[in-house]
Design a protein around this ligand. Structure first.
Ligand SMILES: Nc1nc2c(c(=O)[nH]1)N[C@H]1C(S)=C(S)[C@@H](COP(=O)(O)OP(=O)(O)OC[C@H]3O[C@@H](n4cnc5c(=O)[nH]c(N)nc54)[C@H](O)[C@@H]3O)O[C@H]1N2
Ligand SMILES: Nc1nc2c(c(=O)[nH]1)N[C@H]1C(S)=C(S)[C@@H](COP(=O)(O)OP(=O)(O)OC[C@H]3O[C@@H](n4cnc5c(=O)[nH]c(N)nc54)[C@H](O)[C@@H]3O)O[C@H]1N2
Ligand code: SF4
Ligand SMILES: [Mo]
Length: 663
C-alpha cells in the first residue's frame, strides 16, 4: 500500500504524495488528493525522485579531504571522526578569532521546517557564529508585501476560476508551480482573459490573450503607469482607499509622471497593448494578479513588486472571491521553525549570502575561518561565481559541505557529510502557494550512512557542550515546539495535513486583512521611502554598456528546482537568444558561443528563438558545471549588487556580450 507523505521542495505547491516503498526503498512517487491543490498529480521532477535518491551521485558516507582543495579527492571517515574534526575546528576558530569567524551557509535545502532553523540555529546561536542574511530569493517581494500588507495571504489558486481577468506578472508557473495551471485554464473556459507580462514568451504566455514582452527591470514604470491611469481615468476605488489605505496622495504624486506612453516606451511595449491591459483591468471583477519572483531580481525589484501589489488596492479589486493578488503565502500558516531553536537570536554580525565570494576573500573583522554549507549548493546558486570559487580555494578556510549529492560545491569541502533526502527523514512544511501545513515521518530507509540535519546539528551541540536540559531534541519534539498550541497538531496527527489558520481559500479583505500595525494598506511605505533616501518607486537606468549590451536573465527551468536534480540531466544546456541578436553576431542555432562580462565568461550552446525578446538572453539558474562547455554557469556573470530595498539579489540584471566561440 502506498504511504502518504508530502513534497517539501522549494515550490509553491506543497504537494501531498503517495509513495510506493519496497524493502525500504522508494520505487514510485505520485500525487494524491489529500491536498486539494495537488489533485492527484505531481511534476515529472519528483516522479523521478528515485533517480535522485539512488543514483550514482548520492553521497553515502562522511569523507575527509585527501587531495588539494577543489580536487574532489576524499577518504571515507566515520561519523564520529568527521564530527570530532568539525567540532575541533569550530572550537579552534572560536577561541582564536571569535565565534563570528564561523559562517553557516544555508538557503532552503528542501525547504521544510524541521531541517533548517531548528537545531542548526541552536548550534550557531550558542557558538556565536555570524548570522546569515538569506537574501538570494524573495527578499524584495517579501519586503514590499510586508511593508504594504503585512504579508496578508493571497488569492488561492483554486479561486482563479472565479476571475474575469488573470494577470501573470513575472512568473512562469508552467515550470515553477504547475498546479495553478488547470485553474487558469478553467477561468479561460469560463471566458476570463489572461495577460502575461514577461520578457519571454513561455508556454503560458503563448496561450494568453495578451503577452507583454516587457524589457527586464522596467516593471516599476509599467505598474505605476497603470496605477496612474486608473486614477486619471476615474476608475480608482476612492471609498476603499479612504477606508483601508494610507499614503494615497504620496503614491499618486510618485506615479503621476508615468503616462502609459512613457511606460510603454521605456518597457519596449506597444502602447495599444498597454492601453488594453489598463482598460481590461479597470473593467474586470474579479481580477487577480499573480506576482512572480522574476521581476524582483534587479535594481528596481522592490519598487516593481510594490507597484504591482498596489494595483488591486487602487482599482478596488479586493473583497470578492478570485479578486486581489497572489504573492508568497509563506506567512499564512503562522509557523516559525525558529520556535524550536530554544535559543534567542544573537547580535553577532550578519553576512549577506549574496556577498559570499567577497566575504570569503575580503572580510577581516574577523575573517571567515570555518564555512559550514548545508541546504545550499553555493557554487551553483550564489552570485559572482568566480569570487565564490576563489574564496572556497583559500587554504586557510575549513569548509564543511553537508549534502545529499556530489554537486559542484562538494569538491571544495574539507569534510563532506551525507544528508538524508525528503522521504528519508521527518518533515513539517507550510506551503508558500498552497495554504496548508503537512507533517510526515520518514517512509524510506536512508541510503548509506546519510543522517538528517536535526540529528547531526544536535550531535555537534553535544560535542561543543552547547546543550540545555529543556532543548527539544529529535524530530517529534522539534515539530511539537514549532506547532505549539495553535491547533494544527491534532489534525496533523490524524491526517498528516491541515489547512492554514486563515483557511485554504481566504478572500482578501474579507477573511484576511492587512497585518500592518494600523491594519491599512501602505501604498508608499515609510520604511522603504527611508531606505531609498526618499526615492522609492524611482526607476534606475539600464546598466547596459556598448561592451555588454545584452540583458542576461536566469529564471527557473522546469527540469530542476534551482540546482536540485541537476545531476539527473546530463546534456549540455542551450542559452536562448533572439534571431536579430544572433544574426548581428553571426551566430546560428546550435553554435557554441562565449558569453562574457567583467566578472567572468560562460562557454555555452545557443538556441536561436524568438521566445525571448531581442536584447535579452536567457540561461537558467541552478545549472551544474557539466551543463556548459567551460564548467562555469550563469552566476559567473551575475554580480553581487543589491536591489533597491532589502539588499536582495539582482540575478536578472547581468549585462553581457556574446560572440562565436573560436574552435
Ligand atoms: N521547476 C522549478 N520550479 C521552481 C523552481 C525551479 O528552479 N524549478 N524554483 C523555485 C523557486 S526557488 C522560486 S523563487 C520560484 C520562482 O518562480 P517564478 O516566479 O516563476 O520565478 P522565475 O522562474 O525566476 O521567473 C519567472 C519569470 O519572470 C520572467 N522575468 C525575468 N525578469 C523579468 C522582469 O524584469 N520582469 C518581468 N515581468 N518578468 C521577468 C522570466 O522570464 C520568467 O519567465 O519557483 C520555484 N519553483
Ligand atoms: N543566476 C541565478 N541564480 C539564482 C537564482 C536566479 O534567479 N538566478 N535564484 C535564486 C533562488 S530563487 C534561490 S531560492 C536560490 C536557491 O539556492 P540553493 O538553496 O542553493 O538551492 P538548491 O540548488 O535547491 O540547493 C539546495 C541543496 O540543499 C540540499 N539539501 C536538500 N535538503 C537537504 C537536507 O535536508 N539537508 C542537507 N544537508 N542538504 C539538503 C540539496 O541536495 C541541494 O543541493 O538560488 C538562487 N540562485
Ligand atoms: S516540486 Fe512542486 S509540483 Fe513537484 S511534487 Fe513538489 S510541490 Fe509538487
Ligand atoms: Mo527561490
Amino acid at each position: 500500500m502506498a504511504q502518504q507523505s508530502h513534497c517539501p521542495l522549494d515550490c509553491p505547491d506543497l504537494c501531498s504524495l503517495d509513495v510506493e516503498v519496497e524493502d525500504g526503498r522508494v520505487v514510485s512517487v505520485d500525487g494524491n488528493e489529500q491536498n486539494a491543490l495537488t489533485d492527484g498529480y505531481i511534476c515529472s521532477k519528483v516522479r523521478g525522485l528515485p533517480e535522485h535518491l539512488y543514483g550514482d551521485e548520492r553521497l553515502l558516507y562522511p569523507m575527509v579531504r585527501s587531495g588539494a582543495k577543489g580536487s574532489g579527492q576524499f577518504e571515507r571517515a566515520s561519523w564520529d571522526d568527521a564530527l570530532d574534526l568539525i567540532a575541533e575546528q569550530m572550537r579552534g576558530a572560536r577561541d582564536h578569532y571569535g565565534g563570528e569567524s564561523i559562517l553557516p551557509l544555508s538557503y532552503g535545502g528542501s525547504n521544510g521546517l524541521l531541517t533548517q532553523d531548528t537545531t542548526d540555529a541552536r548550534l550557531w546561536r550558542r557558538v556565536g557564529a555570524s548570522n546569515l542574511a538569506r537574501n538570494v530569493c524573495a527578499v524584495p517581494t517579501t519586503t514590499a508585501a510586508t511593508e504594504m500588507y503585512g504579508k496578508m495571504p493571497g488569492v488561492a489558486f483554486q479561486d482563479y476560476p472565479e476571475a474575469e481577468l488573470i494577470i501573470v506578472w513575472g512568473g512562469n508557473p508552467g515550470a515553477t508551480g504547475i498546479h495553478v495551471l488547470p485553474h487558469i485554464r478553467e477561468a479561460q473556459r469560463r471566458g476570463a482573459k489572461l495577460v502575461v507580462i514577461d520578457p519571454r514568451s513561455h508556454k503560458l504566455a503563448r496561450s494568453a490573450d495578451l503577452h507583454l514582452p516587457i524589457r527586464p527591470a522596467t516593471d516599476v514604470a509599467l505598474a505605476l503607469a497603470l496605477g496612474n491611469w486608473v486614477f486619471e481615468a476615474g476608475h480608482a476605488d476612492q471609498d476603499f482607499l479612504a477606508e483601508h489605505a494610507v499614503q494615497v496622495e504620496a503614491y499618486r504624486e510618485r506615479a503621476s509622471g508615468w503616462t502609459l506612453e512613457r511606460a510603454a516606451d521605456l518597457a519596449g511595449l506597444e502602447l495599444e497593448q498597454v492601453q488594453q491591459v489598463a482598460e481590461w483591468y479597470a473593467a474586470a471583477s474579479p481580477a487577480v494578479i499573480r506576482c512572480g519572483w522574476g521581476l524582483e531580481r534587479n535594481r528596481n525589484g522592490c519598487g516593481a513588486a510594490a507597484a504591482v501589489m498596489a494595483l488591486p488596492a487602487i482599482a478596488g479589486k479586493f473583497g470578492v472571491r478570485g479578486g486581489g493578488y497572489t504573492m508568497s503565502n509563506s506567512g499564512a500558516a503562522g509557523l516559525s521553525a525558529g520556535d524550536a531553536a530554544n535559543e534567542p537570536e544573537t547580535d553577532a554580525r550578519t553576512i549577506n549570502m549574496n556577498r559570499l565570494g567577497r566575504e570569503l576573500l575580503e572580510q577581516e573583522d574577523p575573517p571567515v575561518k570555518v564555512l559550514f554549507v548545508y541546504n545550499c549548493n553555493a557554487v551553483a546558486t550564489m552570485p559572482d561565481q568566480e569570487r565564490v570559487l576563489a574564496g572556497l580555494a583559500r587554504d586557510d578556510l575549513f569548509t564543511v559541505v553537508y549534502e545529499q549529492v556530489n554537486n559542484d560545491t562538494v569538491p571544495w569541502a574539507d569534510v563532506v557529510l551525507p544528508a538524508t533526502a525528503m522521504l528519508e527523514h521527518s518533515e513539517l512544511s507550510n506551503g508558500y502557494g498552497a495554504m496548508v501545513v503537512q507533517h510526515h515521518g520518514p517512509v524510506a530507509v536512508p541510503v548509506g550512512e546519510a543522517r538528517p540535519n536535526y540529528d547531526v546539528f544536535q550531535d555537534l551541540c553535544v560535542r561543543l557542550d552547547l546543550t540545555k536540559p529543556d532543548d527539544p531534541v529529535g524530530a517529534d519534539a522539534l515539530a511539537a515546539a514549532i506547532l505549539g498550541t495553535n491547533g494544527y497538531a491534532e489534525t496533523l496527527a490524524a491526517d498528516g495535513i491541515a489547512p492554514a489558520v486563515c483557511g485554504e481559500r481566504p478572500v482578501q479583505m474579507v477573511d484576511t486583512h492587512p497585518r500592518t500595525a494600523d491594519q491599512k494598506v501602505h501604498l508608499l511605505p515609510a520604511s522603504l521611502e527611508q531606505e531609498t533616501g526618499g526615492n522609492f518607486y524611482a526607476y534606475r537606468d539600464d546598466p547596459a554598456t556598448s561592451d555588454h549590451p545584452l540583458a542576461l536573465i536566469s529564471p527557473a527551468s522546469g527540469k530542476m528546482i534551482t540546482s536540485t536534480f541537476g545531476q539527473t540531466i546530463r546534456r549540455q544546456w542551450a542559452m536562448h537568444m533572439h534571431p536579430a541578436d544572433a544574426e548581428a553576431r553571426g551566430v546560428a542555432d546550435g553554435d557554441k558561443v562565449r558569453m562574457y562580462n567583467d566578472l567572468g565568461e560562460v562557454h555555452v550552446l545557443v538556441k536561436v528563438t524568438d521566445r525571448v525578446r531581442s536584447g535579452v538572453v536567457f540561461l537558467p539558474k541552478g545549472l551544474w558545471s557539466h551543463h556548459t562547455l567551460n564548467g562555469r554557469t550563469t552566476n559567473a556573470l551575475c554580480s553581487d549588487a543589491p536591489t533597491d530595498c532589502g539588499e536582495g539579489a539582482t540575478f536578472n540584471d547581468a549585462r553581457v556580450q556574446v560572440e562565436l566561440l573560436a574552435d
